[in-house]
Ligand binder design. Sequence first.
Ligand code: AMP
Length: 219
Amino acid sequence: MIIIMLGAQGTGKGTVAGILNKRNGWVQLSTGDIFRENIAKGTELGVEADKYISKGCLVPDEITISMVEKRLEDLKDEKGIILDGFPRTLEQARRLDQILESKGQKIDWVINLETPRDEIIERMLNRRVCSQCKATYNLILHPPKVEGICDNCGAELIIRADDSNADSIKKRLEIYDTQTKPLIDFYNEKGIVIVEEISQRINRLAEEACDDFMQRIQK
Ligand code: AMP
């Protein structure tokens, strides 16, 4: 089973992928997490990626695609893979199809998360991430039990560098609109997109989106 998480930043892709991982054992492959790990370790990939990420830009396709291709090879025996944050451009989507086709695999489902834009910005400003285990919190919706400390592993919670100001958030959302949103049509043509709304306003959170998704794919 190969699933792609689509949706703007802050819609909850990582949260939904995490729930599906816990429920089904499907592995989460988050390109943002891989880049951040590499930045923290100061690897060559991290130094290169940081030039783009710190400005709120996408990391170039060649770098991102070859990183994902290697990671997919490592995960080839997994029963399920959730791609969280990849693909983000049409070029990445086309190359992903080719990579999977060469292994006799294909994308089974695309989950497109939708959240009102004003809620997204508020969520990103209130997002905190564990510096060790990468668990995500929201100071309003899902605060940690002890301020600044991860419930899971006790490590310090941090603000992602690219979440720290409204300008960087707006820029990333503009890039989403121009570069990533066209992927919805690309995958709609294949008939594999399932739209899930996540919005605090209508009290529909990630758990319900996952329940609905699991029911729909089992039909
Ligand atoms: P995320 O954690 O998914 O929001 O990703 C954080 C940042 O990593 C993004 O704002 C991009 O700069 C970079 N990034 C993550 N995934 C990709 C991708 N598929 N293509 C290019 N850049 C990416």
